[in-house]
Design a protein around this ligand. Structure first.
Ligand code: ATP
Ligand code: MG
Ligand code: FE
Length: 336
């Protein structure tokens, strides 16, 4: 089964060809990061326009990289939510047009299901059930993957997502957008024990997260430094913040592993490319004898290969969407 996958939920225009679910033949990503950096974050209207400009070229490249044409495809997979509505609509309209013109089955994919499925690409042995921590720009979900397409959300963030916290703190300490990779880079030169930032625990939701208090603590610390004329050491703040975030993520994940007796654990989403988080998770899993999985960085942040993987399993379960498929900006995981 050959699937052409399309992803346009945020600021990456992406297309990929995936064969039989896990064999990625091409993975083309046109990132708009440089464009949005100017404004310190993603501007939805600019994102939609850029997707329209790029999408045909990106799809053409994905097909030619795979050495295939549309006539070789068996289905079209496309992200239909969650994400920016205008951005999603570009991919959805494109997928519907190709589906109609080439009489190809259409499969609408949940973006977060895509992030989770990225783990299948390089870990050929990974199969549900397993526990997955999704840490991206808009989501922080601790999810039990019961089966392909079957999820139980154990906990989620009550306020900011982990990636959002990275982006906001990066802006506050003058690193700019996107914050995750920039914080990780300067944190290498910093002392993670320089500042003790709070580790929020949610009393009535043991697997829930909260990162807005941590963000405020960083802002308060910065203000305090200014008032007392203490020099701000960017690298120390970055390292200390990164440690606080990873400690909380690792703590909750390990609690869930113990509680539910999981023997496989995966991480997914843009923040999953963070080296400190990966190494911390790896060490914690090793101690418990739990197998640890993660995608390569290129499959952690937004891409269409992961959408092709998810589309394959949806397709094999018989999921088909019609030309009435619409973008759903606040689509929940496990919903259709
Ligand atoms: P969502 O998937 O929730 O809709 P999104 O698609 O915008 O949101 P992703 O593309 O999965 O999110 O990930 C982007 C996020 O990952 C950004 O917040 C970015 O700062 C963060 N990120 C990327 N690389 C790193 C890194 N090395 N360390 C920490 N955070 C990172
Ligand atoms: Mg992005
Ligand atoms: Fe994403």
């Amino acid at each position: 089964i050959k699937i052409l996958a399309i992803e346009s939920s945020c600021d990456e225009t992406a297309a990929a060809v995936v064969v039989n679910g896990r064999d990625v033949r091409s993975n083309v990503i046109s990132s708009q990061i440089a464009l949005h950096t100017l404004y310190g974050g993603v501007v939805p209207e600019i994102a939609s326009r850029k997707h329209i400009e790029k999408i045909n070229q990106v799809i053409g490249q994905a097909l030619s990289d795979a050495g295939m044409t549309l006539d070789d495809m068996d289905a079209i997979g496309v992200t239909y939510g969650p994400g920016l509505v205008g951005a999603l609509l570009v991919g959805v309209a494109e997928a519907k047009a190709i589906s109609y013109a080439k009489k190809l089955p259409l499969v609408g994919v949940h973006h977060i299901e895509g992030h989770i499925s990225a783990n299948y690409i390089e870990n050929k042995d990974l199969e549900p059930p397993f526990l997955c921590l999704v840490v991206s720009g808009g989501h922080t979900h601790l999810v039990k993957v019961l089966d392909y397409g079957k999820y139980e959300i154990l906990g989620k963030t009550r306020d900011d997502a982990a990636g959002e916290a990275f982006d906001k703190v990066a802006r506050a300490i003058g690193l700019g957008y996107p914050g995750g990779p920039k914080i990780e880079k300067v944190a290498h030169e910093g002392n993670p024990h320089a500042v003790e930032f709070p580790h929020a625990k949610i009393v009535d939701g043991p697997y829930d997260f909260s990162f807005s208090g941590l963000k405020s603590a960083v802002l308060n610390y910065l203000n305090g430094c200014k008032m007392k004329n203490i020099p701000i050491v960017q690298a120390d703040i970055a390292a200390s913040f990164q440690k606080a975030v990873t400690d909380v993520l690792i703590g909750n994940a390990m609690k869930a592993i113990d509680e539910f007796g999981m023997d496989k654990f995966a991480i997914a989403g843009g923040v999953a490319s963070n080296g400190t988080l990966r190494e911390g998770m790896r060490a914690a899993c090793e101690k418990k004898g739990v197998a640890f999985y993660h995608p390569s960085p290129i499959f952690c942040t937004d891409n269409a290969a992961m959408i092709g993987v998810a589309a394959y399993y949806d397709f094999m379960r018989g999921q088909r969407d019609g030309l009435d498929l619409n973008a759903v900006p606040n689509l929940k995981l496990g919903e259709r």
